[in-house]
Write a protein that binds this ligand. Structure first.
Ligand code: MTE
Ligand code: MO
Length: 524
């Protein structure tokens, strides 16, 4: 019994040694990443590598299940796995110090491989955080396992175990304290890297648009509680991207290069170059292809930016319809994301832009500061490159961007859709008339009609709010006098081409969900 207990407590010591070693590894890797590049930290690169390799259905599931917390869940998952492995290596190290320490080093190699495999890898420097962390972790484990395992000096019949337990404890406390301070230092350094970018955003004053957006029509915003506000405030605007660390780009050193097939005059622009040009201001509704029927990944904002078609024409680009050789525009971000849009769409006169402003302020970092691309009518993953730094003209045959490599469609215009915002699913609306309301969208085509159906009843016209533009969503409302009991409310929209939103349910992959949104409510 007592030998079982001592085995158990020694195993616990081993596991603790392993955890401290893991903690030390991360705490050393952090400041090194802070110095080299915050996005090269081991958890970030491993997380990014996992995202890159996650099959689309699983990624879809993660977005659906964890929503915008998907990245936090991923990072916690990685930390959880690390804790388990570190503990196991610690126990192993009690009897096999070298093997245990080598196991920690192996993680440095995994981290290095992940770092170098990332699309935004800046080369061998990105290996430093993982390697330095693993070396520190391995050394820590080697020392602590020695303290935990070494037999006590049995001079003069002293109680065995007293010396090595104290030695272990002292070493453990020093390790924990040292690792904690290294971790704090790491956060400081990583924070400092972003400070210049933050200052450059604060200092930025956006010029007035040469072509302002007319005020949003008074009737575009219904006075109905629970309906999505016509203009989505920036803090509420959905965020979908693969960045585990939001890129903090300094506006002063930011550059955009335009080059590739058919670009007669390749050029590199600074932010000042762009701000010196005539800017347009437009209301545009942005939608994510991963948005389920009834889902939240859609928002509408007033954007300020440089017309992209003009910029391309200046560079000598011609659309395919007038003989241009390039049919795909590939936008690349500072974090290595690639998105491909049809050149024809970008140059057909719609308000495709390089946006610098969102709802009256410089782009928030989360939404692509200093410059992002927008093409009305296309899902975000084929158009809305955030933190953009490079535009290459090429062909759909020659290059598949990030999501296309992962089985999403090459071309993805936004599908006509509608959503019930109120009442909420399973609500129990009070007595009397129920105001049903929501939004409908069909960017580039506009919404001309919205209908509501109760249970299997006839389709009834909803009242439409005023239309802002064909590129924005449109609110609608329906006054419903229900009978008591459970009811299913379903909505469908008709777009400017006269096409009625299809009933056919499809998944989000490969080119966006179709089908109709319904909500079940119980009227008491
Ligand atoms: N650099 C970069 N740009 C990106 C993405 C990304 O992962 N990285 N995601 C795209 C997708 S899928 C969408 S839907 C939109 C979302 O923009 P938002 O986060 O500003 O709403 O950005 C697009 N631009
Ligand atoms: Mo998206």
């Amino acid at each position: 019994m007592s030998s079982f207990r001592s085995t158990l407590s020694r195993a616990a010591l081993g596991a603790l040694a392993g955890l401290l070693a893991g903690f030390t590894a991360l705490a050393v890797a952090e400041p090194v990443a802070g110095l080299v590049r915050p996005a090269a930290g081991p958890v970030t690169v491993v997380g990014g590598a996992v995202i890159d390799r996650t099959p689309a259905p699983v990624k879809d599931f993660a977005i659906r299940t964890f929503g915008e917390n998907d990245k936090t869940v991923l990072q916690l998952g990685i930390l959880g796995v690390l804790v388990l492995i570190a503990g196991a290596l610690g126990i192993l190290a009690l009897h096999h110090r070298r093997t245990g320490a080598a196991g920690v080093l192996l993680f440095g190699i995994i981290g290095t491989a992940a770092a170098l495999s990332r699309p935004d890898s800046q080369g061998i420097g990105d290996a430093l955080p993982s390697l330095a962390g693993a070396a520190a972790g391995a050394l820590t484990l080697y020392i602590l396992a020695g303290k935990a395992a070494r037999p006590a000096p049995t001079s003069g019949g002293q109680a065995a175990g007293a010396w090595n337990r104290r030695g272990f404890l002292i070493a453990a406390v020093f390790t924990a304290a040292g690792a904690a301070s290294a971790g704090v230092l790491g956060r400081r350094l990583a924070g400092r890297q972003g400070q210049g970018a933050v200052a450059s955003r604060t200092a930025l004053t956006l010029p007035a648009p040469a072509s302002p957006a007319p005020p949003v029509p008074a009737g575009a915003q219904l006075e109905v509680p629970g309906v999505s506000p016509f203009t989505t405030p920036n803090p509420d605007f959905y965020r979908v991207d693969t960045a585990l660390v939001v890129p903090k780009v300094n506006a002063g050193s930011w550059r955009l290069r335009i080059h590739g097939k058919g670009v007669g005059r390749p050029r590199t622009y600074t932010l000042q170059d762009l701000l010196g040009r005539p800017l347009i201001e437009r209301d545009i509704t942005l939608t994510c292809v991963s948005n389920e029927v009834g889902g939240p990944y859609i928002g509408n904002a007033r954007w300020l930016g440089v017309p992209l078609g003009d910029l391309l024409r200046e560079a000598g680009v011609r659309p395919p319809s007038t003989g241009g050789k390039a049919d795909q525009l590939v936008a690349r971000s500072v974090d290595g994301m690639t998105l491909g849009s049809p050149v024809e769409d970008v140059m057909d006169g719609r308000d495709a832009m390089l946006a610098v402003g969102m709802n009256g302020e410089p782009l928030p970092f989360d939404h692509g500061f200093p410059v992002r691309m927008l093409v009305p009518g296309l899902y975000g993953y084929v158009s809305a490159c955030k933190w953009i730094t490079d535009i290459e003209l090429t062909t759909f045959d020659a290059y598949d961007p990030y999501w296309v490599k992962r089985k999403w469609a090459r071309r993805a215009p936004v599908k006509t859709q509608s959503r019930i915002d109120t009442p909420k699913p399973f609500a129990r609306p009070g007595p009397g008339t129920v105001t049903v309301a929501g939004v409908a969208w069909a960017q580039r085509r506009g919404i001309t009609r919205v209908e509501v159906r109760i249970d299997d009843g006839p389709w009834q016209d909803a009242d439409l709010a005023a239309q802002d533009t064909v590129d924005t969503w449109r609110q609608w409302t329906y006054r419903w006098n229900p009978t008591t009991g459970g009811h299913t409310i379903t909505v469908r929209a008709t777009d400017g081409t006269g096409a009625v939103q299809t009933e056919e349910r499809t998944r989000t992959i490969p080119d966006g969900a179709s089908g109709r949104h319904s909500v079940f409510v119980t009227v008491p």
